[in-house]
Structures are given as C-alpha cells and as structure tokens.
Design a protein around this ligand. Structure first.
Ligand code: 0WD
Ligand code: CA
Length: 329
C-alpha cells in the first residue's frame, strides 16, 4: 500500500493475504474491570441515498416521531410490519461488499480534521490508531457471549493506522443465501418499523406508505478512545430526537429495534441474554443513549413500544449473563 501515497481507496485484491490470528473466547479472560471507553465525539457525518450514493450531508437523517395518544399516554399502534413487503421494498444488493469504502470517502474529504500532527512527532495521514465500522466493534465486544455466529476481520496497517474491515465467513454467506421467506420478512419488518416512527423532515409526520429502501442510511463519524487506543468509528444512525431540548450528537440520536412480543419469563430471559446484550453493545459504542423497541405479535403487528436507556441495560442483563455463563464454563 505504500506506493499509493495518500490515496485512501481500498486496494483491489482478489485473494487478500490473510495472516490469521484468533481471539480467545474463554470467559475467564474477560472477567477484569471494564476498560476506559470515552463517550464518542461526533466529528462528521454522511448520507447514502436510495442508490447507495455517498453525500457529504444529512439528507438521510430522519426525525423521531412517536405517536402519542390522548392525555399524552403512549399508544400501542397495531401497525402492520408486513405492509408493503411485496410492492414497496427495495433491498440493498448484499453481494456487493463495500468494506470501508464510505468511511474512506469521508476521510478523503476531511483530511484536515485528522491530519498529521508534526509537533507531537506524529506523522500519519489519519492520526488515529484504528478506523472501522461500529458494527465490526460490536462483533468483537460480544465475542465472549456469542456462541452461534463467528466473524472474520481483515486488518490493514497503513501509515500508522489499523483499518479494520470484515470478510464474510463461509458460514455467514451460506446462512445469508439460505434465508427462509420468514427470515426475509423479519428483516423487512425491522425497516418498516422505522418508517412508522420516523419523519423525513421536521414539518412532516412519518410516511407510513413510503418505500422501504435499505440502500439508504445516515452515518455518524466519531472519535472514540478505548484505554490508550484512539479510534475513528462510523455507524448508521436511525434517527434524531428533534425536540429543542435534545443534547448534541451523539446524545440526541435514537436507535430503533424490533423484537417478538415477550409472553413468559423464559422468553424474557432469552431476550435479555441475547438481544439486549447486542442492542447495548451497538448503542454504547456510538454513545447513543436511548433505544426504542417495537414488540410485534406473531401476525407482525406492533403490540407495544418500549424505551430503554442504554446505560440501564447492563443492570437489566447482569444476573442473566452470570447465570448463562456459569452453565457454560
Ligand atoms: O456489507 C457489509 N457486510 C457491511 C455493511 C458490514 C457492516 C456495515 N455495513 C454497512 C451497512 O450497510 C450500513 O450502511 O455499514 C453501515 C452501518 O454500519 P454499522 O452501523 O457499523 O452497522 P451495524 O451496527 O452492524 O448495523 C447498524 C444498522 C442496522 O440496524 P439494526 O438495528 O438492524 O442493527 O445498519 C444497517 C441496519 O439497519 N445494516 C445494514 N443494512 C443493509 N445491509 C447492513 C447490511 N448488510 N448491515 C447493517
Ligand atoms: Ca436499528
């Protein structure tokens, strides 16, 4: 990569040189105290349009807009999460592996924000130890608790910065290609929930009939610190709290999720143990303080909406994790 100078476009290699290294998953190795992780600071953003084209602006940032019933009480709206599945769904081409493309595009346009700091004896074009997508860090963070899904990350050291990207594993590729129609519908239902609860502008309400196009995204770019390591991370943000009192990004962002309605204590434990853990990891890494979850009936109707504070989740799942891990190790 040296020959490429300041060109940050990813190298095109059909057969990447892999020097495999593994991460141990023995639970006892991760029993120590929680490392220092600084609340990330947003330094930029970008949008990806319906054709997955990059724009250096907020055009795909959406506004949280929760319907409220009489006397300010929250409503259980009964929205049909399957509405539009056949006719109003444009799905991103999952065969196209973008890697770090959009982050590199952002970096290419914002070099002055991260340039070399010669007075401190640092001379690297991107003055950060690591550059990556938030989703990749979520996978690393959940590793000690994940027993089903593996991952494979490709790390490139370029001029003093480690660029962490993902290679789809054989198992993940197989699982993707063999998704059942029910699994495809579940994926759609998550995106459809966003359409019911988000508005494109401050003046309009949600467009419940809008096309669901999974090419579209608003991404935040943030500086973070994990112990002594500096990171630049980018992640997709679902929506912003538009109220005038809302704090600065990323604290004004809201993560949206869907999950099956919980009907018994066993389902509650499983929800806490698997879903809440991942939801927490994902939102914690970007510094998103609130998760709004829609619970769906077997008929894919929204039966309730719940708001979780990200910082409360560790307390909710702690007992559950020690129980589960105690049984495994
Ligand atoms: O091609 C790939 N394998 C990847 C693509 C791997 C990782 C990320 N990406 C792209 C996504 O398409 C998205 O634009 O990066 C962007 C998001 O990055 P992230 O925030 O680091 O990703 P993550 O935290 O894993 O997911 C955040 C959201 C998801 O929300 P939910 O609530 O379902 O976790 O990004 C979306 C999804 O809405 N998302 C995707 N959308 C389309 N195709 C994908 C995907 N493969 N992955 C995540
Ligand atoms: Ca989401």
């Amino acid at each position: 990569n040296r020959k490429r100078g300041l060109d940050l476009t990813p190298p095109v290699t059909k057969q990447p040189l892999l020097l495999p290294s593994t991460l141990k998953t023995t639970h006892s190795l991760y029993q120590g105290s929680f490392p220092f992780y600084r609340l990330p600071l947003e330094i930029g953003h970008f949008s990806l349009d319906e054709k997955r084209q990059y724009h250096a602006d907020k055009r795909r940032l959406r506004y949280f807009c929760l319907p409220v019933g009489k006397e300010g009480k929250q409503v259980s709206p009964g929205w049909d999460l399957m509405n539009g599945y056949e006719s109003c769904y444009v799905k991103r081409n999952e065969e196209e592996k973008e890697g770090l493309l959009h982050i590199l595009t952002w970096l290419g346009k914002n070099r002055s924000l991260l340039g070399a700091n010669a007075d401190k004896g640092i001379a690297r074009p991107v003055d950060r130890d690591f550059v990556t997508w938030r989703g990749h860090l979520t996978k690393i963070l959940c590793t000690p608790y994940e027993t089903q899904e593996g991952w494979l990350l490709a790390v490139t050291l370029f001029k003093g910065t480690f660029y962490i990207s993902e290679q789809e594993t054989v198992a993940a590729c197989k699982k993707r290609k063999e998704r059942t129609p029910e699994q495809e519908k579940l994926m759609y239902s998550g995106y459809k929930f966003e359409n019911y609860i988000c508005a494109d502008s401050l003046e309009s309400g949600p467009d419940k009939c809008a096309v669901v196009n999974t090419n579209e995204a608003f991404c935040s770019v943030l500086l973070a610190r994990l112990s002594s390591h500096s990171l630049l991370i980018a992640g997709e943000v679902d929506c912003i709290d538009p109220s005038p009192k809302s704090p600065l990004p990323p604290s004004c962002y809201i993560e949206l999720k869907t999950s099956a309605q919980i009907r018994n204590p066993h389902q509650q434990r499983s929800f806490n143990r698997y879903k809440l853990l991942k939801w927490w990891s994902q939102s914690f890494l970007l510094g998103i303080p609130v998760i709004v979850a829609g619970f769906r009936s077997p008929e894919a109707k929204v039966v309730s909406i719940e708001r979780f504070r990200t910082s409360d989740i560790p307390h909710l799942i702690r007992g559950c994790l020690s129980l589960c891990l105690g049984a495994w190790f």
